[in-house]
Ligand binder design. Structure first.
Ligand SMILES: Nc1nc2c(ncn2[C@@H]2O[C@H](COP(=O)(O)OP(=O)(O)OP(=O)(O)O)[C@@H](O)[C@H]2O)c(=O)[nH]1
Ligand SMILES: [Mg+2]
Length: 480
């Protein structure tokens, strides 16, 4: 998902980086490229207008400073990053539990949005957190909707409250109420109410959802939306907001390859945060949504924090301890550490998904690699790093042209592959450094040593105000 948006952003920045000092016309150019990238990806016009207006204001405010910074293009990049984080809701939001259990979560959304699947994914996640969820089948519209939820419930070991079989069409509002009573009696601390969807918006659907809402007084109404739906997504979300109201959004089908920009617009348009993301049909294809991590992915920096959390189990304790002390002492994350990550990842399943979180995953060389992923490709990526000397891995700045050529030859890759790897790596490294020194603070997963991918807070407008170490900013961009 978001590959084309990501590729366009990266293309725009790659040409900006080649410019060194920036003139107002360069800013105009990148602004217009970003505008068309957003529009082409189906981002809602109002959101594009906001984004571009803010981008112009923020870059203008700091244009003089931009050219004093070590890397003017990166300063613009940071502004775009912070704007992306902003339209995605700023900070992550999690479920608010009721003071007096059960916490009631109501799922709404169009037909086929992924509500029933999400009910299972969410219940599975909450159960793993030590909760005792109950699923309530309040979709009595489709004949097999109840059975679908029962099958999901059974597969994850979560009970499902459903109307007695043979009860005809039944009344979903009564089922919801009875289910809630059942949960109170049986001391379930969370209930998840699955409701019926319709193909399009209709008054009856809204009315039924409203009645269920009023019957169970949910603590959280989640609006489930298929991220593959195009521009209609925003209009439909607004209609649901007016009709039923919701507290947060769940994006599903993020594993698809549609443009997805409309889904990215819903938060800005409705003012509601995205809480979860579904990335496949399996019950475990479920992630908490982090605006900063998503922005990081879209900008081609990958999602090293999620990667780190998932790779946690794959690191042996020695490597983990080494990385932990390294991170604590403020030492740079090096290509050797990167190599250790790759080795650890090899021990895990779903390599494509994991690699998709790597810096540059959506850029030319690596995107192709992902699409045609096989174990041999991973070995080649590793071989680029392995073809480097210890000095080069520790300090990629020494990688001049002839060293890069030697590495390309040694690893059987192109120099451009080496360049791309080094460039993405050093960008990610910088962000990690900002994380460590930044005000926002940082939370590592318990026992985990890996540096995270992006700041928790939106990045400051211009983060890089240091004087250029090299006189020529373009040269610095290549050097770094
Ligand atoms: N690839 C992919 N498929 C998904 C995802 N979430 C749901 N699906 C599939 O989408 C289809 C519809 O999902 P459901 O959960 O039944 O959708 P629903 O909103 O409950 O639909 P109705 O009950 O008809 O309103 C199913 O085939 C799911 O397996 C996802 O994140 N990725
Ligand atoms: Mg359903």
């Amino acid at each position: 998902m978001f590959e084309s948006l990501s590729a366009k952003f990266q293309g725009a920045f790659s040409s900006l980086r080649s410019k060194g000092r920036l003139k107002p016309s360069d800013i105009d150019e990148i602004t217009s490229e970003i505008r068309s990238a957003l529009l082409d990806s189906d981002v809602a016009l109002s959101v594009v207008d906001f984004f571009i207006e803010e981008l112009k204001v923020r870059t203008n405010e700091v244009l003089a400073d931009l050219n004093k910074s070590t890397n003017p293009a990166n300063a613009v990049f940071e502004i775009v990053n912070s704007l992306l984080v902003e339209i995605l809701g700023g900070s992550a939001r999690r479920i608010r539990y009721a003071k007096k259990p059960p916490t009631v979560i109501l799922l709404t959304g169009l037909q086929g949005a992924g509500k029933t699947s999400l009910a299972g994914k969410l219940a599975n996640y909450l159960k793993a957190q030590g909760n005792t969820p109950l699923l309530i089948a309040s979709d009595l519209q489709r004949p097999n909707a109840v059975t679908q939820l029962q099958v999901v419930g059974e597969s994850i070991g979560v009970p499902v409250f459903a109307p007695e079989p043979g009860n005809g069409v039944g009344d979903p509002v009564k089922v919801a109420k009875a289910g809630l009573k059942f949960a109170e009696d049986k001391l379930h601390n969370i209930v998840i109410v699955d409701t019926a969807g319709r193909l399009g918006l209709d008054a009856q659907l809204m009315e039924q959802a409203k009645q269920i809402r009023d019957a169970v007084s949910p603590d959280e109404v989640l609006y489930v939306v298929d991220a593959m739906v195009g521009q209609d997504a925003v209009r439909t979300a607004q209609a649901f907001q007016d009709g039923v109201g919701f507290d947060a959004i769940v994006l599903t089908k993020l594993d698809g390859d549609a443009r997805g920009g409309a889904a990215l617009s819903i938060t800005q348009v409705t003012g509601k945060p995205i809480m979860f993301a579904a990335t496949g049909e399996k019950v475990t294809d479920f992630d908490l949504f982090y605006p900063d991590r998503m922005a990081s992915r879209i900008l081609g920096l990958g999602d090293i924090q999620t990667l780190a959390e998932q790779a946690k189990g794959a690191f042996d304790s020695d490597t983990a301890a080494k990385l932990e002390s390294k991170f604590a002492s403020g030492e740079d994350f090096t290509l050797d550490d990167f190599l250790a990550q790759l080795e650890a990842m090899k021990k895990m399943g779903s390599m494509t998904k994991l690699l998709g979180m790597m810096p540059g995953a959506n850029s030319g060389a690596m995107k192709k690699q992902l699409e045609q992923f096989d174990e041999g490709e991973l070995v080649k990526t590793q071989s680029i790093v392995q073809s480097m000397t210890p000095l080069e891995r520790n300090d990629p700045k020494v990688l001049n042209g002839s060293r890069r050529m030697r590495i390309a030859n040694g690893s059987g890759r192109q120099v451009s592959d080496v360049n791309s790897l080094v460039e993405r790596f050093s960008q990610a490294q910088k962000v990690m450094k900002q994380m460590r020194t930044g005000k926002g603070g940082m939370q590592l997963p318990p026992g985990m040593a890996m540096p995270p991918g992006m700041p928790k807070q939106p990045a400051p407008k211009v983060v890089n105000k240091k004087k250029s170490r090299s006189g020529n900013p373009a040269k610095r961009a290549i050097e770094s």
